[in-house]
Design a protein. Sequence first.
Length: 88
Amino acid sequence: MPAKSCRKVEALVISDNILNVLQEHKEPLGIAEIAKLAEISNDIAFRQLGTMEDLRWVEKIRDGYILGMRLATVWARRKSITESKLER
């Protein structure tokens, strides 16, 4: 549990909001639509998505974005570790 005195890192909160938006849609979403749904400016969405694409958290398809494979990789690794611990 985080300490109550810790300040939130706004960039991570925005990333989480963007990921939540993308997980709710099957089709790629454009920057303006993501910005509107995440309640952030187009400029912030553009910069955030650029970084998230570099990290493979999101993938650009034509003019839109979907969830990236990095998140699936992280989840698969976490699941594997948890299952290994349960087997012991």
